[in-house]
Design a binder for this molecule. Structure first.
Ligand code: ATR
Length: 271
């Protein structure tokens, strides 16, 4: 009998998670099944309870349920707490524990796959929504010199840092508006959803240089942010590697085995 896992979202048909976890399972010889589950927008809790009852071992949670998932967990890891959102749940009997592997996925993709070390670097994080919140704590743990957060709604960015203040911040961390950004950054991460509507962010070309990495957490398209960064000489990456790395972190939490991610990233790029 295989242990059962799933990803829950709405919509969910597009999710690559089953493909990724099936590849991990094959590679590591783990016996698991992994399926897509569409939960009604007002029916996440019922769906979750039903999976617990059916003996599933855990689930990934995607848009729009990550916040609700967090609220329904009985315990949380520190990184889930800072994110206020959970994308990886572990079922143990009736107990549901919540983790968040998005930030670890981002940091692993940047440091391991793109070979850019974050320690001592100046990082600019664009956005203060769920996606930005999910990656902030792991970014801090990578010990950069500075993290600047910029968001259209500056108050929201301040609120995000307030939540983080419970943890010890070891680097300089500040908030600016997009328009106030003038200096160059080593790593610029776009965690806004502006790319979904092909909207360019009002950021100066001067924040990019030949030595910067511009990382868009979205994948599957060249966003205006990526175009701007490319035109200004930066190395550019999309979020496909992060998608696979966050899945690998979830797989490790569930199975205690760390899969190799490079072949799976290559497989998805080839599709
Ligand atoms: P997600 O979970 O994808 O982060 P979210 O919580 O709705 O979604 O957050 C979306 C983020 O993208 C926010 O930082 C939002 O900025 P505001 O907080 O000011 O709303 C940002 N965003 C979305 N569309 C944008 C746009 N056209 N220009 C700039 N920022 C945008």
């Amino acid at each position: 009998m295989s242990d059962k896992y799933a990803v829950i979202g709405n919509p969910i048909a597009h999710s690559k998670s089953p493909l990724i976890h099936e590849a991990f399972a094959k590679q590591t010889g783990q016996k698991i099944s992994y399926e897509r589950i569409l939960a009604p927008l007002d029916g996440f809790e019922v769906t979750l309870e039903s999976l617990v009852t059916q003996g599933y071992k855990g689930v990934n949670v995607t848009v729009p349920f990550k916040l609700e998932a967090y609220e329904l967990c009985q315990t949380h890891t520190g990184r889930a707490f800072v994110a206020g959102a959970s994308n990886t749940l572990i079922f143990n009997g009736g107990h549901i524990a919540g983790d968040n592997t998005d930030g670890a996925g981002l940091v692993n993709d940047i440091e391991k796959n793109l070979e850019v070390c974050l320690q001592g670097k100046q990082i600019l994080l664009l956005g203060a929504g769920g996606a930005a919140q999910g990656v902030l704590q792991p970014l801090l743990e990578a010990q950069p010199k500075v993290i600047t957060v910029a968001n259209r709604n500056v108050d929201k960015a301040h609120l995000m840092l307030k939540r983080l203040a419970i943890k010890q911040a070891t680097c300089g961390i500040s908030v600016l508006s997009f328009e106030a950004l003038t200096q160059q950054y080593d790593v610029i991460i776009n965690a806004t959803s502006a790319g979904l509507t092909e909207t360019a962010l009002p950021i100066a070309n001067g924040i990019f240089s030949n030595n910067s990495l511009a990382y868009d957490m979205m994948y599957g398209r060249e966003t205006p942010f990526m175009q701007q960064a490319r035109e200004n000489g930066a190395q550019v990456a999309d979020g496909l590697g992060m998608l696979v790395e966050q899945a690998a972190e979830a797989f490790y939490i569930w199975r205690g085995v760390r899969p190799e991610t490079q072949p799976v990233i290559a497989m998805l790029r080839a599709l």
